[in-house]
Design a protein. Structure first.
Length: 203
């Protein structure tokens, strides 16, 4: 597997949920969790988990979206689909039928955010503890507001991305923000200070 099959997501900075997703030479604007990007994600923290994860399948509203050809399995969402987000449940982080006795998200939404959902294989093999659930790629709000932990794209961008995805594609969420890459490391700071203090008479 090459980087052509790795969807890399990175926030612009630690102060914003805005970021970029890249796959090969292509790049799309995206937004991540309102709680930031975290290595110690837990249920309910609105954070996007750091790491590299497989993509499982696609759910979509066939009354609203014409799904392009894609290499991931896909099926339409119906009004009885939910996603369990209750760590106490034996169906935690699984698709469930609703109504349901356990806490869950409705997959059939009026706001359009789940018109297309790509399920990320995070904490699902098997689900454990309270490490988080329902991590998806889905449609962003118009203002790219932070998500509850998912990675969200404009509708057009997500539909453009789908044909590039297959069973080998992985999502890689980077722990460091893009602006941190531009910051010199402490040892570099020290080296630069030596040059600042340098005087030709020292030769």
């Amino acid at each position: 597997m090459t980087d052509e099959n790795v969807l890399i997501v990175q926030a612009d900075s630690a102060e914003t949920s805005l970021g970029w997703a890249s796959l090969g030479e292509r790049r799309w604007r995206c937004t991540v969790g309102a709680g930031g990007i975290r290595e110690d994600k837990v249920e309910g923290d609105s954070a996007t988990p750091v790491g590299e994860f497989p993509l499982r399948r696609i759910y979509f509203r066939n009354d609203r979206v014409v799904l392009p050809k894609t290499g991931l399995p896909a099926r339409p969402i119906n009004e009885h689909d939910g996603w369990c987000d209750d760590p106490r449940s034996p169906t935690y982080n699984r698709l469930v039928r609703i109504p349901n006795e356990w806490s869950h998200e409705k997959m059939w939404r009026e706001d359009g955010l789940y018109d297309v959902v790509v399920v990320v294989g995070y904490n699902d093999d098997p689900p454990e503890g309270e490490w988080g659930s329902a991590i998806f790629l889905h449609i962003a709000r118009d203002d790219y507001a932070g998500t509850q932990g998912c990675v969200a794209f404009s509708r057009d961008d997500l539909l453009e991305l789908l044909p590039l995805l297959n069973r080998d594609t992985r999502l890689r969420v980077l722990s460091h923000a893009a602006d941190e890459e531009a910051q010199p490391r402490p040892e570099e700071d020290e080296r630069m200070k030596q040059f600042e203090d340098f005087d030709e008479k020292d030769w």
